[in-house]
Design a protein around this ligand. Sequence first.
Ligand SMILES: [Zn+2]
Length: 230
Amino acid sequence: MATFSFTCPHCAEQKMTFDIMGVVYFSNHAGCEQRSVAAFCRNCSMSIGFIARQKPQPILNTPDFYRVFQTDGSINGMFIMVDYWPKPDIEGAPDYTSPNVSRIFQQAEANKAQKNWDAAGIMYRKVLETATKELGADLKNEGNLMKRIDLLAANGRLTKDLADWAHQVRIIGNETAHDECEPEAKDVLDLANLTRMLLVYLFELPGRVAAMRGQEEQAALPAPAPNTAG
Ligand SMILES: [Zn+2]
């Protein structure tokens, strides 16, 4: 039975062995055959589907592509994975978060889903760094994240509890960036939750309040005068 290794989108185990269970012809891409493949993860037993493309080869040497999938053992390197399903479960940033902070947050989440704990830790800290800079020009010039968090608390934009939280994100993120050892999964998962909660507080809640206030103001406007002309 043919197998290949891949990071499982269900259980996030890296280089996990998948057993290929079914292969059918899908299409032809610029002379290279594409096949639709179903496979099971040996760690969590969940299935994935993917499109495998034949590698371009000298014409005389081109084997029948379907034979690749009859091979016993690993067929890594014998095909190109064009796309796969499902994708790892990655949640987006809270509503009203800016595109820039959302982009960094998504990268942190993607690394978390792949259990890349070092990279995830560093990216969550960068979310905090960027988010606090966005909150005001007065904060932007405070080069140091610790100072910015304290200023946010001092001028009432963060409660004391949330400021303490933000300092925790900062400290765990710093340790991740400077420690040679891999951070504990639990620490990074805490960091992920703290970062999400901070974004909810700093952007989503104020955004929702502003939107509701906007609707109320619209509703309170006097109705347009009836058109009596003519
Ligand atoms: Zn799996």
